[in-house]
Design a binder for this molecule. Structure first.
Ligand SMILES: [Fe+2]
Length: 118
């Protein structure tokens, strides 16, 4: 089995993505201020440079967690132009959002984002 499939690939330095990280790291987009109990939308994209979606090479799925709480499992079809999703969330306290995604050629990738709830 290819080395990339034996482990979860984690970004070493989110401020300076390297190599395969550039197109595979889950990236979080959310409001600067999140208030306790108030709905907001989190958008998760795959890659600082969007990963391609072609039949032979594409992002297959994405899982999202808030802390230890499972939020969503999204299956992508390669007919989509990009692997990205918007999900409504309500948080009561600060937490870490975590996304894992699978590229059919380059394995599983994980990204995290610390959310400070006011
Ligand atoms: Fe890939």
């Amino acid at each position: 089995m290819e080395e990339l499939f034996k482990r979860i690939n984690r970004v070493q330095d989110p401020a300076n993505l390297q190599g395969l990280e550039v197109k595979h790291a889950p990236i979080f987009h959310l409001p600067e201020v999140v208030k306790a109990g108030e709905p907001f939308t989190v958008r998760v994209t795959i890659g600082q440079t969007p990963h391609g979606m072609e039949g032979k090479h594409h992002i297959e799925w994405l899982d999202l967690y808030a802390g230890e709480v499972f939020i969503a499992h999204i299956l992508f079809s390669p007919v989509l132009p990009r692997a990205e999703v918007e999900i409504p969330l309500v948080l009561e306290e600060s937490t870490t959002l975590r996304a894992t995604s699978l590229c059919n050629l380059h394995g599983m990738w994980e990204g995290t984002h610390q959310v400070v709830v006011h």
